[in-house]
Design a protein around this ligand. Structure first.
Ligand code: ADP
Length: 360
């Protein structure tokens, strides 16, 4: 079901403005992920969509119809929360059937829906079990089943995976994307975890203190962050930054450690921030490359983490910190210097004052 949020504001009764001019058009069947640090207004936005919280200003439409004042139960929305609160004395079947039972559906309609929902969720073999005999991931799927079984066209999910362990979370991420596609629902999913956002979203809405910082596909936010906030939030480990100024075609970092030729007209005479991702650091210049295309940097190794497929190296570079990814076979020693090269073409540039990306 398509939805539109237009110039939405939320001011809580105590006067706190939690959401400022939120604008978003959601297409039918999209999987939208609201992501941002704790307290940025994700849950507030979700709760306004659900109808659990008043919209202070602005217009919210579902399928072209203004629903600002529509009670939650009439919005055709199903919600899945972090705590999935199953009835402990009811079986999986009974837990899923509960809502339809209350709504007075016939036994055979309920049975058919429980069976088909259980099939989508991979729960067919567990229908007779009690929740305590299920894993965390299976319980979360039952909770999801209770929402799906109502055939809602819109799903709202607030950190639904945060009670699962790391492995179950990875499995459920993929499952949730598949299930949402299979039932053809429009989903709005809230998380503070940028990896969930990157892996599940058709579009990400990245927020900070009540405002949208960027909306786009995971690729758009990763490869073309519009501002320093998004650049630093999306990506793990995060993007590295060097602050400085460009004059007459040369960038000099504020701490005096680096100067590098940057002739681009759009950068001249400005305080800028250079950003580069951890995976763009090379320990040697690629064969046949022109050294002038690279910035050579030197950092002191503070910590390193072996992850198996790569190592994250935490460096003190001049007066800034940096994290780079290097191959697992590289031998590292804490306290030693590490020289690395970053291609200028891999740099992101931001205006130091406005924090907006600079288009070259
Ligand atoms: P998130 O989900 O991104 O962690 P929330 O939407 O829960 O953020 O909260 C956004 C901001 O609004 C926070 O600063 C929070 O303290 C504030 N807030 C949330 N609920 C209320 C309330 N009922 N009254 C006043 N302020 C609130």
């Amino acid at each position: 079901m398509p939805m539109e949020l237009k110039n939405i504001y939320k001011i809580y009764p105590n006067g706190y403005q939690a959401i400022t001019d939120f604008n978003l058009t959601i297409e039918d069947k999209e999987f939208i992920v609201l992501v941002g640090p704790s307290g940025c207004g994700k849950s507030t936005t979700l709760r306004m969509i659900a109808g659990l919280e008043d919209i202070t200003h602005g217009t919210f439409t579902i399928d072209g119809r203004v629903v600002n004042k529509l009670p939650p139960k009439d919005r055709g929305i199903a919600m899945v929360f972090q705590s999935y609160a199953l009835y402990p004395t009811l079986t999986v079947y009974e837990n899923m059937a509960f809502g339809l039972d209350l709504a007075g559906f016939d036994e055979d309609v309920i049975a058919a829906r429980v069976q088909s929902t259980a099939k989508i969720l991979g729960l067919s073999e567990y229908l007779d079990r009690l929740p305590r005999a299920l894993s965390g991931g299976q319980r979360q799927r039952v909770a999801l089943g209770r929402a799906i079984i109502r055939h809602a066209k819109i799903f709202l999910m607030d950190e639904p995976l945060s009670n699962l362990d790391a492995r179950q979370r990875v499995t459920m991420r993929a499952e949730l994307s598949r299930i949402s596609r299979e039932i053809g629902a429009t989903t709005i999913y809230v998380t503070h975890d940028q990896i969930e956002a990157m892996t599940m979203a058709s579009r990400i809405v990245c927020m900070d203190v009540g405002v949208i910082k960027q909306v786009g596909t995971p690729e758009e936010l990763y490869f073309h962050p519009k501002n320093l906030f998004v650049a630093g939030f999306i990506g793990d480990p995060p993007m590295n930054f060097i602050r400085g100024k460009v004059d007459s075609g040369v960038f000099a970092s504020d701490d005096g450690y680096y100067s590098v030729a940057l002739p681009q007209p759009s950068l001249q005479g400005k305080g800028i921030v250079i950003g580069y991702r951890p995976e763009h650091a090379h320990l040697a210049l690629p064969e046949g490359s022109d050294p002038a295309d690279y910035l050579e940097m030197k950092g002191k190794i503070e910590v390193y983490e072996m992850l198996g497929d790569l190592q994250n190296v935490y460096l003190a570079v001049g007066e800034e910190k940096a994290i780079i990814k290097v191959a697992p076979e590289v031998e590292l020693e804490i306290g030693n210097d590490l020289i690395y090269y970053v291609k200028k073409a891999d740099f992101h540039f931001f205006d130091a004052e406005t924090e907006e990306a600079i288009e070259e």
